[in-house]
Each structure stands twice: as structure tokens, then as C-alpha cells.
Design a protein around this ligand. Structure first.
Ligand code: BT5
Length: 328
């Protein structure tokens, strides 16, 4: 009940970001006493919200704390589907793990799982994903698209575009996407994406998409062996980034792309993806579980599969690999 009032209170402010709302009006809209309103405002302050209170004008939320719990994500969120339900944990093993459980239990499409810290964050092939407290965005999205399981890798590319667009909008940085699941800035990894399925042979039940973003780490905070290969948005811009705002923009961009994708297919997403891609047209080594393939990346197919031409002219279709770019 308390959290429902809190949610509605923040919603009121999200519709009038700079405006003041009178205590009387809030109490009417929320159906509680003015003393109760005051108490809720005090609770927000205790959590780090800066709230202006001016006689005759009322209350205004001036700034939010640098947290990404449900409240901060909700305030100002403009999506319809993504984030319609937010599952927040201060610390968890892996948001993927939790999202798998929730998806299995049947939560709605668009549910997101967010945490401030992962103790067992993971990448592909069970590699470790370093996810320290209060510095990044560690989240998993649950989608239930009506597409065949073989098309699911397209969603990794779609999410990469959405995250790249949001980063560009919030920070001004123009990131690069490296097929299939990395976003790089100046050649260093800032974002990793992990797409996993709950599916039957011919249909998807849920797609769980994990997104890990280094936002406010300093270079010294990256441990060996990634301190030479990883960077954060704050290192690049020299500024602290508002993680809740970035997260909201990510959800908004992904949602727009997702709705376009469901309506019109992968073609538009592919074009957008190509505008950010760094591997295309380059010499590279694709390290696959069947072995290494060295060659020239020609592009991606309409299904999001990478096409490489090896030196003897043979064309290879790569569904999953680690890519190493060969400098020109
Ligand atoms: C990925 O795997 O890049 C996917 C990472 C997905 C992480 C998110 S966080 C929310 C959700 N919950 C999870 O448990 N996971 C998802 P891959 O391409 O396999 O890259 C993994 C490799 O990236 C590691 O072996 C390290 O070399 C490197 N790495 C680990 N942590 C990193 C970090 N914070 N920043 C940059 N590189 C990192």
C-alpha cells in the first residue's frame, strides 16, 4: 500500500518535472491526508531526493539521488511496455538468473530486473561479468516476441542499437558496435549484451536480454585482466553520468526499435545497426567453437548472421563467435 502511494506520488511529479504541486492537490489526487503527503516527502528526502517546498506553491522534486532502484527508474519513464514492472534488488547474484526465474513464473513482457551489484554477473559461455556496486547498469529485460528461436540473435543487435542511441543522446559519445554483443568506445568495451532463451524447438517462450554497462567507474576500479580492455562512460566524458536517466533512455530507445521490429521486421534495425558497426569491411579473426576463421567481414545477413570471406574466397556464415579485429 505504502509503495503504491509512493509510486503514484512519483508519477505525479514525472508529469510536471519543473512545476510545483500543492500539498492539497497531492493529497486529493492520492486520496491521503496532507500529513501523510508530508511524511512521504520526508521519506523521499531521507532517500536522497532534493525536494523544494515553498509556501503557497507546494512541492517540487529538484533532483533524484544517484540510485537506480524502482523509484528513480519510474520517475520520468516514458515507455509503455519496457519497465512496466520493475524488479529491483540492491544486490543479487545475476539479474539473468533472477529474470529466468521470473520469466518461468510467467511475469509480463517488459518486466525488467535491475540491481546495484552482481556477485556472479556472467557473460557468454559462463564468463565472468564484473559488476561492482553503484557504478554501472546491470539489468535484464524479459521479452516474449512471436518470432522463431532462430531469429532471437536479431534481438541482440536491436538492443545494441537501442543502447548505442541512448548513450549517444545522454552523453554525446558516439559508440561503436562490435558484432555480435559489444559496444566499444575508443576500442574499449563499455557494454556487454547477453541474450538467452526459454524456448521450444519452434517457439519462444521468453527472451532474457542482459545488459551490462560501465557507467561511472574510474580506470583504477577495473581489475586485471580487463583494466586494459574496458572503460566507462564517465572515464570518456570526464563527468559523472546520471544512471537512472541513461537507463530510462535505454528502455525508451529499445522499446521504439522493438515495436518497429515486431511490425516491420529486421530490415530497418539492420540499417541502423550498420551505421554503428565497426567490424564490417575489416580483416578479422572469428573465434568460434569449431575453430578460428580469418577473413574479411562482408556484413550481416537479413537474419543478423555475420558473413566473412576468407582469404581463399570462401564465404562463411558465423552465428556466434568472439571477434578480434586485425589492425590495418
Ligand atoms: C558479454 O559477454 O559481454 C555479456 C555481458 C552481459 C552482462 C549483463 S549484466 C546484467 C546481466 N546479468 C548478468 O549476469 N549478465 C548480464 P562476453 O562477450 O562473453 O564478454 C565477457 C568478457 O568481457 C569477460 O570474459 C571479460 O573479459 C570482459 N568483461 C567482464 N566484465 C567486464 C566489464 N564490466 N566491462 C568490460 N569488460 C568486461
Amino acid at each position: 500500500m505504502q509503495s503504491e502511494i509512493r509510486k503514484r506520488l512519483l508519477e505525479l511529479f514525472s508529469h510536471s518535472e519543473t512545476e510545483f504541486i500543492s500539498g492539497q492537490k497531492i493529497s486529493e489526487l492520492l486520496g491521503c491526508s496532507r500529513t501523510a503527503v508530508w511524511k512521504h516527502i520526508e521519506d523521499l528526502r531521507a532517500e536522497g531526493y532534493e525536494v523544494n517546498a515553498i509556501r503557497k506553491l507546494g512541492y517540487q522534486i529538484k533532483s533524484k539521488p544517484d540510485k537506480i532502484s524502482s523509484n528513480e527508474i519510474q520517475l520520468g519513464l516514458e515507455t509503455r511496455i519496457l519497465g512496466s514492472s520493475i524488479h529491483f534488488e540492491e544486490v543479487t547474484t545475476s539479474t539473468q538468473k533472477l529474470a529466468h526465474k521470473l520469466a518461468y513464473e510467467g511475469v509480463d513482457e517488459g518486466t525488467i530486473v535491475v540491481t546495484e551489484e552482481q556477485t556472479e554477473g556472467r557473460g557468454r559461455l559462463d564468463r565472468k561479468w564484473f559488476s561492482p556496486k553503484y557504478t554501472g547498469i546491470w539489468m535484464s529485460l524479459i521479452l516474449r516476441p512471436n518470432i522463431p528461436p532462430t531469429s532471437a540473435p536479431q534481438l541482440t543487435l536491436l538492443v545494441a542499437v537501442g543502447v548505442a542511441q541512448a548513450i549517444q543522446e545522454v552523453t554525446g559519445i558516439e559508440p561503436d558496435i562490435k558484432w555480435p554483443n559489444d559496444i566499444l568506445v575508443s576500442g574499449k568495451k563499455v557494454v556487454g549484451i547477453l541474450t538467452e532463451l526459454q524456448a521450444e524447438p519452434d517457439r519462444i517462450n521468453s527472451v532474457i536480454i542482459g545488459i551490462g554497462i560501465n557507467v561511472n567507474q574510474t580506470q583504477e576500479q577495473f581489475p586485471e585482466p580487463i583494466n586494459n580492455t574496458a572503460t566507462s562512460l564517465s572515464i570518456i566524458t570526464g563527468k559523472k553520468i546520471d544512471r537512472a536517466l541513461l537507463l530510462q533512455q535505454i528502455l525508451l530507445h529499445i522499446e521504439k526499435l522493438y515495436l518497429t521490429y515486431l511490425k516491420n521486421g529486421f530490415k530497418v534495425i539492420k540499417l541502423l545497426w550498420e551505421s554503428y558497426a565497426i567490424n564490417i569491411g575489416h580483416q578479422m579473426v572469428a573465434r568460434t567453437i569449431q575453430g578460428d576463421i580469418k577473413g574479411h567481414a562482408l556484413g550481416i545477413t537479413d537474419d543478423g548472421v555475420l558473413k566473412i570471406q576468407s582469404d581463399n574466397g570462401e564465404i562463411h556464415l558465423i552465428h556466434s563467435a568472439d571477434i578480434e579485429l586485425i589492425p590495418k
